[in-house]
Design a protein around this ligand. Sequence first.
Ligand code: ZN
Ligand code: ZN
Length: 340
Amino acid sequence: MATLTGRYAQVVKKGGPIEVVTREVPDPKPGEVRVRVQACGVCHSDSVTKEGMYPIAFPRAPGHEVVGLVDAIGAGVTQWKAGQRVGLGWYGGHCGKCEPCRRGDLVACQNLRIPGVSYDGGYADYVVAPEAALAAVPESLSGAEAGPLLCAGITTFNAIRNSGARPPDTVAILGMGGLGHLGVQFAAKMGFNTVAIARGADNADFAHKLGARHYIDSTKEDVAQALQKLGGAKTILATVTNADAMSAAIGGLGYRGRFVIVGVPGEALKVNVLPLIFARQTVAGWPSGTSIDSEDTLKFSALTGVKPLIETYPLDKAREAYDRMMSGKARFRVVMVMGA
Ligand SMILES: [Zn+2]
Ligand SMILES: [Zn+2]
């Protein structure tokens, strides 16, 4: 049989450039599935690979927002068949042995496997992943639309639905970038009294288009006060990476409110502790989720019409796509489309 080859947009060494090469595609080992990639989102967390922030065996193709068709299955795989459409997100397999795994919290696995970090990810024509890491992708979503839902989407969807808020509670989304513009849509479609918080008056129309009932311009208004005027938020989802912007919003929580953080600021937060005690408020973080959470995110999006706003690039322009994402100039999400 002829050897299967494919393009890999790989990082050659820690901090090195992304180079597109053609090399041999491995066969799936027992328990693994090989996927012909249709699209892969470009995420800020891909810098983990590019800058070698985790121990990585280079060369390595980044990419953990992968959508494609099952191409081949390894021995013992029962869940997937060739031709099925699947997605692969940040959760790329678990060890089954650490305490979080033994307690069923697979995404908190202390030996979590991550596509694009632990093994080659979706900046490629093919990806090989454990069968447990895959999610079914509804036909009605295009590959390019489904890609960002597997990271930015699942993170915001899962954080909101697990925050304890119930419709019609008030849910505020802090930030309207790659994560926030999806968070606003999810909260609105879930039936929450949805508040979008961003900088500048010109975002108001857009926030309402995404489904927000209220918009708070953080350059004009005191965010905490504005949220209190609405009765206080049951959940504030913090998608920004600015510690001051986060600290300024925490005071907008209501009774039993929960401040859920999915963006990573460079500095520490300032929190007024009294309401944490007397109004039973919580400040918490949220990781993304497992493959079944991805599947729920995709299903919900297909059912309700939630879509990421994207800019697309071909795989051969992986370096440009990555630079565009890192520049912060892409308003929402960058996605590579493989032309498969
Ligand atoms: Zn990501
Ligand atoms: Zn584990």
